[in-house]
Design a protein around this ligand. Structure first.
Ligand code: PHE
Length: 337
């Protein structure tokens, strides 16, 4: 008899050690301590025992019940603590682990950060402006004529008559100068929007970094030196820049900057269309009318501005062939950087 009780205890103990969740605890309780459980079954057998056997047996079963109850209570506590520490049930510490998934910076963010760091090193600080912009800042104050083609619905996303999604980061030039007296030395990263037919090299939303440097006596020479330094830092010390005359309403003179082709180092190849040069940004000397809109005196200060597309710079840097990849969030693409 004693042996039977001992066996039952050992079985129960072993079983309890496997129990790891509240449901299993309840199943265990019903099996051993429930109304039709093992302990109840033992008590039921008392009737068949002799008067001498009965007290000792009763005592032993009572003991067993007390031990089971205590063990169950302890286990309950342990299970509760375990679920608090959020260990998954059925956790097996001997299994090989999962490789943790590391997030990383988006390739555009790291390219942007590198660009900003280079200009920070030359004393520029970072400014920002809104993506939903007034026609005034995006066009008017930047000396765009009323009938300028980029004001067309085909190029610009309008929200209302005078409210639009900014088509470039240049409006921040005005916003910044309105609030800060010269000198100014800022770079302005941000998202811009154009109503483009989307293909491998055109997206309807992309990013730019604007630059603005205003002080007394700033010259075109300052512009070229600054941008050449940037190009060498970012693309490598062998990189040269050339400036082609261009037109922007808000700069005069205006230029487009080309850099020596990274693929052929200037000798001519398919990537640069055999010219040896690749266009990387627009730039120019701030137009006097822009200073006037912002409340600066063009007789006192001069300045230069530039704007580059971050996607374009990232594509050149990493040999990315399709601008749409930046927006698709495909981890096979993103995890390469
Ligand atoms: N805002 C111009 C563009 O989006 C770029 C630019 C900025 C040109 C500053 C000159 C000066 O094309």
């Amino acid at each position: 008899m004693q042996q039977e009780l001992q066996q039952l205890w050992e079985d129960a103990e072993q079983e309890l050690a496997q129990v790891a969740e509240p449901k299993a605890l309840e199943i265990f309780r019903i099996k051993y301590l429930g109304k039709k459980g093992a302990v109840a079954g033992l008590f039921a057998r008392m009737g068949g025992l002799s008067a001498e056997e009965r007290p000792a047996f009763g005592q032993a079963v009572n003991d067993l019940r007390a031990r089971l109850e205590e063990a169950l209570a302890l286990r309950k506590q342990a299970v509760a603590e375990q679920s608090e520490s959020a260990l998954p049930t059925g956790y097996d510490p001997s299994l090989p682990g999962y490789k943790p998934w590391f997030g990383r910076r988006h390739v555009l963010s790291s390219v942007l950060q590198e660009i900003v760091e280079i200009f920070r090193g030359m004393g520029f600080s970072v400014a920002e402006g809104p993506e939903v912009e007034l026609d005034y800042f995006n066009f008017q104050a930047l000396n765009f004529p009323d009938d300028h083609p980029s004001r067309d619905l085909q190029d610009t996303f309008y929200i209302e008559k005078d409210v639009l999604l900014r088509t470039h980061t240049s409006p921040v030039q005005i916003r910044y100068m309105e609030k800060h007296p010269p000198p100014v030395r800022i770079v302005v990263p941000g998202r811009v929007y154009r109503n483009e037919a989307i293909d491998a090299s055109h997206a309807a939303e992309f990013h730019q970094v604007e630059g603005l440097y205003v002080d007394e006596g700033v010259t075109m020479g300052d512009l070229t030196v600054t941008l050449r330094h940037f190009a060498k830092e970012f693309f490598g010390s062998g990189t040269e820049l050339r400036f082609r005359p261009h037109f922007f309403p808000f700069t005069e003179p205006s230029a487009e900057a080309d850099m020596t082709c990274f693929a052929c180092a200037g000798s001519g190849c398919r990537i640069c269309g055999n010219t040896g040069w690749i266009e990387i940004m627009g730039a120019g000397m701030v137009h006097p009318n822009v200073f006037k809109s912002a409340g600066y005196d063009p007789e006192k200060v001069t300045g230069f501005a530039f704007g580059m597309g971050i996607e374009r710079i990232a594509m050149l840097r990493h040999g990315i062939k399709d601008i749409r990849l930046f927006l698709e969030n495909d981890l096979r693409f993103l995890s390469q950087f």
